[in-house]
Write a protein that binds this ligand. Sequence first.
Ligand code: NAD
Ligand code: GLY
Length: 380
Amino acid sequence: MTHDVTVDLGDRSYPIRIGSGILDTLGDACKAAGLTGRCLIVSDENVAPLYADTVFQTLEKAGFDPVLEVLPAGEPTKCQAQLMNLYAKAAETRLDRKCFMVALGGGVIGDLTGFAAASWLRGIQFVQVPTSLLAMVDSSVGGKTGINIPAGKNLVGAFHQPELVMVDLDTLKTLPERELAAGMSEVVKYGVIWDEELFQSLEAGSTGGQSFFQCSEKNRGADSGCLGKIISKCCEIKAEVVRQDEREGGLRGILNFGHTLGHAIENAAGYGEYLHGEAVAIGMVYAARLSVALKGLLVEESDRIENLLAALALPVAAPGPQGLRRGRLAWSDLRAAMAVDKKTVGGLPKFVLADRIGHVDFGCEVPEELMEEVWNGIGQ
Ligand code: NAD
Ligand code: GLY
């Protein structure tokens, strides 16, 4: 059984198809979406051995002419060199304007391939086939594409919507636990920014001595299971936010809860040291504490956010001196990274802050001393 969530953007609307064991229907879905010609499937070295054959075959069977490019796995791949590599592959395979790309993997492959599609020949079509939880609930939906540069996270990119997002829940069966936890970080985000009920259900799943993962383990891949429901709910929330504000003129900014510090941590620690979801988890604890100081968020609610993240096996504090290959994160490095964050205007970083679980404001400014003081409070 499949469940479609529509991202309603007028004549650029597209479905997010969610189900179990649906990867081999991708070819027909691409045909139904009106795609034609040759397609460049981009994947990484972890995902390709598991799923590229199925994707290749379903596309071939549906009459497409697929070509596969496999990149190294991990955040450092979301870079200029790999983008150039994809352009070279597109040129070599004569990918013309009637052709398309397929991003098969996590958010790294999705963001990079989406940006390659947005820029190759000034823009060709592409399809997202997210295989990590984080990509299913967040990065594959909404059309943000891009790469990191040494100066900062996601600083180069484009809005470019996919034609289709195909979520096969069965692919989660092979996702490592640490990556699953990182994806849950963005799930918690949706609870805090939009949906208190979702937040409560996550809390209920992570208490009683049984972690959410233990409870969800048997349901991985089952569309009737808790992960399937959670993924659908998150996609519905993201689709609604993107429908209202595709280009982040305002509301879409709420999706950045925890990301101002999170992106700075990823940059300052070195891309790949922290998983994106892990850095965002620390960023959400930080944002929650700022919210207590500035937005009247109750301390108990801030604690609930922190406790839930900890129960989901996510980091909630800055690492001690031995915690990182490069030593403890220095505030000065984080602050410098924040200064070039996309959300920063005139050198002043902007934050998403909560007044209660389920409701946040975007574009909030925070006094300099408070930024550092709260960081020192979560640093060890
Ligand atoms: P990722 O793409 O690195 O994937 C995580 C790891 O899991 C990789 O090693 C990958 O090979 C592996 N993997 C993925 N699916 C697998 C599967 N089914 N089985 C086995 N291994 C699998 O990272 P991610 O967490 O998916 O995405 C993080 C990226 O997404 C960051 O760059 C972040 O900035 C970006 N992001 C973008 C948006 C957006 O709106 N565009 C939103 C959130 C995050
Ligand atoms: N993940 C932030 C956004 O899509 O806007």
